[in-house]
Ligand binder design. Structure first.
Ligand SMILES: *[C@@H]1O[C@H](CO)[C@@H](O)[C@H](O)[C@H]1NC(C)=O
Ligand SMILES: *[C@@H]1O[C@H](CO)[C@@H](O)[C@H](O)[C@H]1NC(C)=O
Ligand SMILES: *[C@@H]1O[C@H](CO)[C@@H](O)[C@H](O)[C@H]1NC(C)=O
Ligand SMILES: *[C@@H]1O[C@H](CO)[C@@H](O)[C@H](O)[C@H]1NC(C)=O
Ligand SMILES: *[C@@H]1O[C@H](CO)[C@@H](O)[C@H](O)[C@H]1NC(C)=O
Ligand SMILES: *[C@@H]1O[C@H](CO)[C@@H](O)[C@H](O)[C@H]1NC(C)=O
Ligand SMILES: *[C@@H]1O[C@H](CO)[C@@H](O)[C@H](O)[C@H]1NC(C)=O
Ligand SMILES: *[C@@H]1O[C@H](CO)[C@@H](O)[C@H](O)[C@H]1NC(C)=O
Ligand SMILES: *[C@@H]1O[C@H](CO)[C@@H](O)[C@H](O)[C@H]1NC(C)=O
Ligand SMILES: *[C@@H]1O[C@H](CO)[C@@H](O)[C@H](O)[C@H]1NC(C)=O
Ligand SMILES: *[C@@H]1O[C@H](CO)[C@@H](O)[C@H](O)[C@H]1NC(C)=O
Length: 776
């Protein structure tokens, strides 16, 4: 742990300070659907330069052996579906016969393979060689990117760099560019569509080139370029045809055959993009490249500084998974302060909450521990959206509303911050925002709020094929929405009670039991004709109270994928088998419905071993740990080891699914810490850590939490907790609260190779509301 020490002490302290950066591999998750952003960025930085490929390009680059089609300066990380951002890519090349039209302008024509083993990715730095012989590397400031394109030696060549008025998804509606013939400066803007949301956004750019003189310049359209005119405006024409177009500059007298390109990005204006670039990168050839690389590294070290580990013999790979996962939790959301074209509340503004359905579970909880100041700013950004857009978002990117996947899960993010005592948040405002989610149905509940609220209040469940003329969304997911709305209401009740509104607490805690109304005691489940042996599953229910039917294995890895648009079903992106475990407020009631502890554990085991569990998607995370609620905490650690490292490892394809703004990373980090958060509650489930010791210093209080494993063995035979002490006193509960971090407690777990009776007693299990509740 580095601290601000008197100057004279610094050199000695630095000398033996552990540096996690060499263990961070941004390429983890760069193929096999991880969709991570592998390029250069500062923590939460707006500028995110990387090479964009034509293969798995959701996050820009992928190690999938596809072709590079450009180098753009802004991205999201780990998202699924449509590729995100990647606006205004540059592309360097040498034109055949030294003719402008000897160059390739269109994406399909210019696509060039990269040299596989040339890729270098470090926090704050990315480099790649193209088979055309061009070497590219890049760094980032907050709002600007700096690229170096080194061209191969050659006679009579005037290397060209083009800018394409596109984004990765080719969602551009219209765009403009102006080319300055003297300086080669490119300025302009475009209107694009958010990759998973409604509406459109405008982005502006300002590009300057350094290292040589401008030879000639102009614009290009389709596969032809010319030196006149110097301005271009493109729109969508015949049948919304996508016209490929942009600007270009050719150079002469290049020092070292290198063009250095500085790209400023702004959501406000091109002038602001120029201003950011000029102030953040004033000396592109005077050491700024190295300075930016160093500053980014320092910024990352500072973010990771609260955490230190003693691996106790745990492999480099596991350490790399840990630090890389932690790194990826701080790439998104992005800090767009000063760049909001819609309003300015004078407070920090974050965007790319992409999406909260993914990130509420572990990503925001990890930030609450390691970077609580950022988490407070993010929570306040959500409340800022509520005040200026009228609603909390469930997903939000590029100043647009994103589509809602399940419940109103910003509620959980807010309440998680509340139960962990984050300060500087207006909790009465938060209560108002969450009550609105719970009470008022918006016309468009596809991108904020909840649908079917009339039924929710009258029938106490979301009906199958609901009749809902009040508002509109994709009218599916009746089971998963019922479960999520119930938990959202539970979180609301927690905040209400905390603020002293007992009447509201009573109302919403009662509603949080609504999940029970979709429990069908009779339902069984078969896989290809074989009975799974379990009876009692959630089922869809019509408004008239009659059961509908959805096969409990539908939407699982054994059946078809279900999303909002593909095969929409009564559960979202996962099966009834998956959702049956998602009642975090009342696990003991759920266990009762499933036939008590033994049958519950059998059901969980079956889920995890039958192919029904989909480790690639976030709803599965908590199910790895639910053994705790049945008094078998040892089985949670055992289950975790079946997924790490087999499904989460350091290979380029080492994430099982979309990282979703660091959600997969957060799962690995918590798993290795030996703590799993139940977001929305002041509860971390205790499991056996993957390292001998971890210290985490709270950036708020300066207190250091210590997690120590006695009897640790790096072969992971001793993965069963025998006993726990906290600050030297026996700790019988299988869970602990956030004060561990803020008050800097020492949590010591004694490990052995057999399950013990630690954490097995009913009173030692994690909290569960409504034990006494009988079925409605
Ligand atoms: C660009 O397209 C957007 C979205 O269709 C539209 O609102 C805007 O007016 C257009 N801008 C120009 C300059 O045509
Ligand atoms: C968009 O860019 C063009 C070309 O630079 C410029 O003329 C126009 O004013 C810009 N529009 C906005 C809204 O910034
Ligand atoms: C060219 O290379 C030399 C030696 O590596 C370096 O000192 C100089 O800064 C480079 N110049 C430019 C314009 O990149
Ligand atoms: C954790 O902190 C304690 C007390 O300062 C120290 O003795 C120990 O070495 C630290 N462990 C790690 C992994 O940093
Ligand atoms: C976001 O940027 C603003 C403006 O630079 C700054 O005040 C704020 O502290 C930043 N937030 C974080 C978490 O770095
Ligand atoms: C499963 O349910 C179906 C329909 O109710 C029934 O026909 C079947 O016998 C049940 N199977 C078992 C093993 O209970
Ligand atoms: C059904 O279960 C039997 C006995 O466990 C097994 O042999 C058979 O392969 C299973 N059939 C299918 C389709 O999974
Ligand atoms: C309830 O509604 C469903 C769907 O319309 C219908 O199939 C079923 O017969 C109804 N049940 C009763 C008891 O009316
Ligand atoms: C690493 O993780 C990926 C993604 O889950 C998985 O496909 C692969 O088999 C794992 N590799 C190893 C060596 O476990
Ligand atoms: C666990 O701790 C309890 C209370 O401190 C003690 O009585 C017991 O012997 C310990 N058991 C083991 C296995 O260490
Ligand atoms: C939050 O503050 C309350 C009241 O001071 C206290 O009872 C509780 O333990 C604190 N929780 C945490 C996680 O620090």
């Amino acid at each position: 742990m580095r601290r601000h020490l008197p100057f004279l002490l610094l050199p000695t302290v630095l000398a033996d300070t552990f540096d996690p950066l060499p263990l961070i591999d941004p390429l983890i998750g760069s193929t096999n659907g991880g969709n991570v952003f592998a390029g250069a960025t500062r923590p939460y930085g707006l500028a995110k330069p990387v090479a964009d490929v034509d293969g798995q390009n959701t996050g820009g680059f992928a190690t999938d052996g596809s072709n590079v089609v450009g180098f753009s300066s802004i991205h999201d990380s780990g998202t699924g579906g449509n590729p995100s951002l990647g606006n205004f890519p540059l592309f360097p090349q040498v034109c055949a016969n030294d003719e402008v039209n000897g160059c390739n302008f269109r994406i399909g024509d210019r696509a060039t393979a990269y040299v596989a083993d040339s890729v270098i990715a470090h926090p704050g730095y990315f480099a790649v060689d193209l088979v055309s012989g061009i070497h590219a590397d890049m760094v980032a400031s907050e709002r600007a990117a700096l690229f170096r394109f080194v061209f191969p030696e050659g006679e009579n060549q005037h290397p060209l760099v083009l800018l394409d008025l596109t984004d990765l998804w080719q969602s551009r509606q219209n765009a403009s560019i102006n080319v300055d013939s003297e300086s080669g400066r490119l300025k302009g803007n475009g209107t694009f569509l958010p990759s998973f949301g409604a509406g459109s956004y405008m982005m502006h750019f300002c590009v300057d080139f350094f290292g040589g003189a401008v030879y000639d310049s102009g614009v290009w359209v389709n596969n032809r370029g010319g030196t006149e005119p110097k301005d271009l405006y493109v729109t969508r024409g015949f049948n919304l045809f996508y016209l490929e177009a942009g600007g270009w500059v050719r150079f002469e007298g290049l020092a070292n055959n290198t063009v250095t390109a500085r790209v400023g990005i702004s959501f406000i204006s091109a002038d602001q993009a120029c201003h950011s670039a000029e102030t953040e990168i004033p000396g592109p050839l005077d050491g700024d490249f190295d300075r930016l690389a160093t500053e980014a590294e320092d910024a990352w070290r500072e973010k990771l500084d609260p955490v230190s580990i003693n691996p106790g013999g745990a492999s480099k790979d596991l350490q790399s998974s840990f630090w890389s996962g932690l790194y990826r939790t701080m790439i998104s959301p992005q800090n767009y302060t000063g760049e909001n074209p819609k309003w300015d509340s004078g407070i920090p503004y974050f965007d790319s909450f992409y999406c909260i359905w993914d990130s509420f579970r572990v990503q925001h909880p990890i930030l609450t521990i390691v970077d609580p100041k950022a988490q407070v700013q993010m929570v306040n950004s959500l409340l800022d959206m509520y005040q200026n857009e009228g609603w909390l978002p469930d997903c939000h990117m590029s100043f647009c509303n994103g589509w809602t996947q399940g419940g109103s899960n910003a509620d959980v993010v807010l309440v998680d911050a509340y139960v962990k005592n984050l300060t500087g948040i207006d909790w009465e405002l938060a209560l108002k925002a969450i009550i609105q989610d719970a009470e008022v149905e918006p016309l468009e509940w596809a991108y904020h709020g909840r649908g079917g609220l009339q039924s929710w209040k009258d029938l106490l469940y979301i009906p199958y094929l609901d009749f809902d003329p009040v508002g509109f969304g994709t009218n599916s997911r009746s089971i998963s929405r019922t479960l999520e709305y119930a938990y959202n209401d539970y979180c609301l009740s927690t905040l209400a009670r905390g603020l002293g509104y007992e009447d509201l607490y009573d109302k919403y805690v009662t509603r949080s039991a609504n999940w029970q109304n979709l429990w069908s005691d009779e339902q069984n489940s078969t896989i290809k004709g074989n009975d799974t042996g379990f009876t009692g599953f959630f089922q869809p229910k019509y408004q008239n109270g009659t059961w509908g039917f959805q096969d409990p294995i539908a939407c699982s890895a054994l059946a078809d994928f279900c999303s909002l648009t593909t095969n929409p079903s009564e559960t979202f992106e996962a099966s009834i088998w998956q959702y049956q475990f998602l009642v975090p407020q009342s696990m003991s009631a759920l266990i009762g419905l499933m036939g008590a502890e033994k049958r519950f554990v059998e059901r969980l085991d079956f889920f995890h071993t039958s192919g029904l569990a989909d480790i690639s998607n976030e709803p599965v995370f908590s199910t790895v740990y639910l053994y705790h609620y049945a008094g078998r905490p040892g089985l949670s650690t055992k289950r975790l080891h079946t997924y790490i490292p087999s499904s989460f490892n350091t290979s380029n394809g080492g994430l099982p699914g979309n990282d979703d703004s660091g959600s997969m990373g957060g799962f690995v980090v918590f798993g290795m810490l030996g703590l799993f958060p139940i977001a929305g509650q002041d509860v971390y489930l205790i499991s056996a850590p993957f390292f001998e010791e971890v210290n985490i210093t709270s950036p708020l209080t300066g207190q250091t939490a210590r997690i120590k494993a006695v009897g640790f063995d790096a072969a992971y035979e001793n993965i069963y907790i025998q006993n726990v002490t906290v600050n030297g006193q026996p700790w019988t509960k299988s869970w602990i609260g956030h004060a561990l971090f803020t008050e800097g407690w020492t949590l010591e777990v004694v490990l052995g190779n057999q399950e013990s009776d630690w954490g097995t007693k009913v009173e030692d299990r994690p909290p569960s509301w409504g034990e006494a509740i009988v079925k409605l």
